[in-house]
Design a protein around this ligand. Structure first.
Ligand SMILES: Cc1cc2nc3c(=O)[nH]c(=O)nc-3n(C[C@H](O)[C@H](O)[C@H](O)COP(=O)(O)OP(=O)(O)OC[C@H]3O[C@@H](n4cnc5c(N)ncnc54)[C@H](O)[C@@H]3O)c2cc1C
Length: 371
């Protein structure tokens, strides 16, 4: 089967690129490992910068009753805290819902989906040949790699970050807890990690955290880790004692890597987490994935008049210009906040100046994506 573009991975980056390219008249298809809807480990706070662009693609999130979030709370291990207004703000929506909405929009436009794991991509004679077991071989002029943080394909492509073990794991669960304010996203540090709390469209509170394997390994399971480590932060302790889990059990992912990756590899335009994951404390990974999809789509649209080499270089340049500094700032912030001393010092400093905190938020976020 022949397409202009095959997108590997139907998460936020992949689905957005599919809608954009379809709107521009390209024959596009998506390969996705899992059926929709499904839960993903994610903080589920989405920056408002994506709203106008998604609306332009026909996805109007204003019709949904998502909590509108305009306030950030930060706390140290011991519970010293600061609250600040978010310059642009955002909204709370579960990945279960958000990915499914984009998928439904793609179905309405008859975009074909191949459900299965892409296991190989070969680039021969200026065309890609994609293997998805259980399906006929797919052929395409362009491939967008939107398959997230880590995939079997990264191994096939010999991407360097795959040879290094990542110490990070992520855990997420939804809770019923009425006392949590609708307009708040809270980021609480604990020994060896930090967790975010914010409400979703169903009124549940999403609690999602990132921690090191080193901190986690001495405990039997998530429940024991929550009790003995996470709950030592007074805000998280109060939350976990009073909130009731909605999931049967938390979901988790291991090997979350924040290492540098290339935005173009083997002629594939990498998009979203496949090109680089920002530290979750910045709350901007989803917006970046959606924005990268726009950039990749715009570059591929230029292929009508430009060479492959030109498009690849243009994409890499635009990707770096838009995201490189945000990723760098995210890395520095994470390094600072993960240690008890660093977190205390940072919060003492920003307590003296809300302006400084707002400037840090601006450095990790973009402006509303222009349409
Ligand atoms: C703990 C944690 C908390 C976070 N909190 C936030 C937050 O609050 N706000 C925010 O904006 N960002 C947050 N992020 C970041 C955000 O989740 C990601 O940046 C975002 O999901 C990236 O979207 P994506 O489309 O690149 O990848 P994904 O959404 O992961 O999509 C990738 C898709 O590819 C599919 N796939 C993978 N391999 C294959 C294959 N070989 N073949 C076919 N399909 C494949 C997967 O099934 C998946 O559906 C957080 C991340 C973590 C780890």
């Amino acid at each position: 089967m022949n397409y202009d573009v095959v997108i590997i991975g139907g998460g936020l980056a992949g689905l957005t690129a599919a809608l954009h390219l379809n709107q521009s008249g390209f024959q596009v298809s998506v390969v996705e490992k899992n059926q929709y809807p499904n839960h993903k480990v994610c903080g589920e706070y989405v920056s408002n910068e994506v709203k106008p662009y998604l609306k332009n693609l026909g996805v109007d999130l204003d019709n949904m009753e998502c909590p509108q979030i305009d306030t950030l709370q930060l706390s140290t291990h011991s519970g010293q805290s600061i609250t600040a207004k978010l310059p642009l703000g955002g909204f709370g929506i579960s990945r279960y819902e958000l990915d499914a909405i984009l998928y439904q929009n793609a179905l309405v436009r008859n975009i074909p989906f191949f459900f299965g794991t892409a296991t190989d991509i070969q680039f021969l004679n200026d065309n890609f040949h994609i293997t998805v077991p259980g399906h006929q071989k797919l052929k395409a002029k362009w491939v967008i790699g939107a398959y997230g943080k880590r995939s079997i394909l990264d191994k096939k492509l010999n991407r360097t970050f795959m040879s290094n073990k990542s110490p990070w794991l992520g855990v997420k669960c939804h809770y019923a807890y009425d006392d949590f304010p609708n307009n708040l996203v809270a980021l609480h540090n604990f020994k060896g990690g930090y967790g975010g709390l914010s409400k979703t469209e169903r009124g549940h509170v999403n609690f999602c955290y990132l921690t090191t394997f080193e901190s986690f390994k001495n405990y039997k399971n998530v429940a024991e880790f929550n009790l003995k480590v996470v709950s030592l932060n007074p805000f998280l302790g109060q939350f976990l004692r009073n909130a009731s889990p909605v999931f049967e059990k938390p979901i988790s992912i291991a090997q979350v890597s924040f290492e540098r990756k290339k935005p173009v590899q083997n002629h594939i335009l990498m998009c979203g987490d496949s090109a680089g994951l920002i530290h979750p404390l910045c709350g901007n990974g989803m917006a970046m994935a959606i924005h990268a999809a726009k950039i990749a789509s715009e570059c591929i649209i230029q292929s009508k008049v430009q060479s492959r080499d030109f498009i690849e270089k243009a994409y890499a340049k635009r990707w770096k210009k838009e995201f490189r500094n945000r990723l760098w700032t995210g890395r520095q912030l994470q390094r600072l906040l993960i240690s008890e001393f660093g977190a205390n010092m940072a919060i003492r400093t920003v307590t003296k100046s809300e302006k400084l905190l707002r400037s840090m938020i601006r450095r990790t976020h973009g402006k509303p994506i222009l349409v």
